[in-house]
Design a protein around this ligand. Structure first.
Ligand code: AMP
Length: 209
């Protein structure tokens, strides 16, 4: 089960990836999470990436391709993997094909989560992440039972200004990735505006078809 979760920032890729990881026991590979970890550890890569991420811009293809190439070689990807937030450019898709070819693997399905721009802005500005568990919440639509206990924080790039930039980058640089996979007949669209549970159910139906 080698799949890509595709969609605009805030479409629900991370939330759904976590559900699928639980169900299928395959890892979520989020380039955003890997980069945020590098920032937290103040590595040279993290320091370079932070400026771009805070401005809502993409990190260079070479950097993320390298990160994903290393990650996909690990043993836990044997049974499959869920890519979340990668590929984000057509060049990254081409690089991914080469990486997978060398590993004798291929992408089977691309799940595209469709969400309107207005909803994206509402979701991202209200998104909070638990410092304790990494679980994703929304202050209005999906608040934790005990806010203090979860120790919520807001991502540095989850403010209104940066969201507008991220949407622009998505429409210009990332949306063409979908055509790349459409040509290969691998894209399955899911209405990302439904409830978390319904979306998970729809994705599972597609994966088990
Ligand atoms: P995400 O957590 O997927 O929303 O990613 C947060 C930020 O990390 C993005 O806005 C980019 O700056 C950077 N990033 C994550 N994945 C990629 C990627 N595949 N290519 C380039 N930049 C990325």
């Amino acid at each position: 089960m080698n799949i890509i979760l595709f969609g605009a920032p805030g479409a629900g890729k991370g939330t759904q990836a976590k559900e699928l990881t639980k169900k299928y026991g395959i890892p979520q590979i989020s380039t955003g999470d890997i980069l945020r970890e590098a920032i937290a550890n103040q590595t040279p890569l993290g320091l370079e990436a932070k400026k771009l991420m805070d401005g809502g811009n993409l990190v260079s293809d070479d950097i993320v391709n390298g990160l994903v190439g290393t990650r996909l070689k690990k043993a836990d990807c044997e049974k499959g993997f869920i890519l979340d937030g990668f590929p984000r450019t057509v060049a990254q898709s081409e690089s991914l094909d080469k990486i997978l070819e060398n590993l004798n693997k291929k992408i089977e399905k691309v799940i595209a989560l469709d969400v309107s721009d207005d909803e994206i802005i509402e979701r991202i500005t209200g998104r909070r992440v638990s410092k304790k568990t990494g679980k994703i919440y929304h202050i209005k639509y999906n608040p934790p039972i005990d806010e203090k206990e979860e120790d919520l924080e807001q991502r540095a790039d989850d403010n209104r200004e940066t969201v507008m930039k991220r949407l622009e980058v998505y429409n210009k640089q990332t949306a063409p990735v979908l055509d790349y996979y459409k040509k290969q007949g691998k894209v399955f669209n899911v209405d990302g505006g439904k409830s978390l549970e319904e979306i998970t159910k729809n994705i599972i139906e597609i994966l088990e078809k």
